[in-house]
Ligand binder design. Sequence first.
Ligand code: ADP
Length: 605
Amino acid sequence: MNVLVLNAGSSSLKGAVIDAQTGKRVVTLAAQRLGTPDATAQVGTRELRLGDTDMAGALDALLPMLVSASGRPVGVGHRVVHGGERFTAPTLIDDTVLEAIDALSSLAPLHNPANAAGVRAALSLLPDVPHVAVFDTAFHATLPRRARSYALPGDVVEAHGIRRYGFHGTSHAWCARQVADALKQDIRDLRIITCHLGNGASACAVEYGRSVETSMGMTPLEGLVMGTRSGDLDPGVLLLLMREAGLDADALDALLNRRSGLAGLSGTSNDMRDIEARAAQGDERCRLALHVFTHRLRKQIGAYAAAMGGVDAIAFTGGIGENSALVRHRTLQRLGFLGARLDEDANRDARVSADAPVARLDERNSRVALMAVACDEQREIARQTAALVAERDRVDNPMVIPIAVSARHIHLTREAVDVLFGSGHALTPYRPLSQPGQFACEEKLTIVGPKRRIEGVRVLGPERRACQVEVSRTDEFFLGLDAPVRDSGDVANSTGCTLIGPAGSLRLAEGVICARRHIHMTPEDAERFGVHDRDVVEVAVHSAGRDLTFGDVLIRVSPRYRLEMHLDTDEANAAEITGGHTGSLVGTSARAQLVRRGVGFDAAR
Ligand code: ADP
């Protein structure tokens, strides 16, 4: 299964046709200085002068050569740096995906536009082959909230979408899997710390197969010391530089991204080879660079071992991680307390390559496996692309359903409004709800149950023919009620409660229900999804670390509705749904067919 892997940069292109099963490179390609008069390229061993050409021109010239050398690929895998919150897995590319990649450019201004340009050019040249975007951020979609969040005020976080994403995900994923394979253990049984040390550097805590911490954050600037990037820095330093040195955002950007890190510390080079050589000759600044680099990495490893409650393997990858015995040696000093013991001879002699990607570095009695791993992002992209192409029918389902979470609320009759708020009182709209004509009101009531009461429960408008109080299971236990799970409007023989308003109280004989989960949709949506009114379906919800499939979901079709699935707060909490989540109908075969089954739920009623 040959896959074409492409990594389009702003002025360069790297690629390869790879047999996804064996990892064998059938042919490689590279192009440099695109957008200048001196663009050049290599296809296999062939050198070419491209002249004045851009990304599209280069692909136009090179792809036919690749196809004639290796045949038509089954798919094209594109490296895309930033997938934002939306892309948490490899994704088949269509126009909307491409637009979304463009829209994420503000988060990765140097990379996403170039990646998207590469995708566009390749799509136009190979339109009949599936194209897949593999995102650097996707592996870290499983970061728990505590690891994703910065300690900033909520309004600032929300206004600017500030959160930690993490990068180098493809490399960390590949590296962790190589470790598990080398140990002949299931990755789901291992706690692995992967250290990607190239020009950019990041570490990742891979707990039982999932990324739970990583050192890069909202941008690739956070974390370890890198070739030219500072990594972690007291934010107060930025304030000081702004105030005392008058640096603006661009100047800080240049300082922190291009003049810091190993280059800044050493004053000479961003290349670890130069730094090691000069340090050996006694250059103090280069010695310091080496010390800071390895000290910070060691701290990170210790922190990740603490975050995971232990560590089974530590792996080094990337140009420095694979090649620098000195960096590995210095980093692993003092980690004996974790049970990590380096075999100095094995470390010195370690050589890794695409064909033999793993070298063991640990002593026999080391409790922690230590390894150097050849970084092979291209192969991981080929693997993920091939897997997606093979399962294309199952996952090619762009038909997602937005999810809304309903907090506890109350619907009232005209008469009930009179009793609770005073005769002739008109409900005051507070904000419109997603379903047309419905609105949340300013008015709030207290629900009184046999055990306890809940205050401040919002009334929803407009008025209805029967009162209805919708609560979650947790509310029900709290109030001491036994409410049935019902469709909205179906309150006959349900439980009662007392409502207290500013003008009076009202005893309801019935009306308290736990709303059955449901999807509102228009007849057009129903046609698109291949479902009918009152069908019962399953909906899979993808959320970071708490994926959940909900059964017993009722389809409700009306031209008045807008497509939306409604869950209550208990259900949303179980899946850690906060906002902006979507679900998909569970698919069993081509294009996500629904599971239309008679459920016990209907029979029980
Ligand atoms: P990128 O992050 O750009 O993909 P690489 O992973 O290729 O970069 O890493 C490049 C870095 O690896 C170089 O800057 C250099 O510092 C380091 N490196 C390569 N070989 C060695 C070596 N033998 N010893 C120490 N460092 C090395």
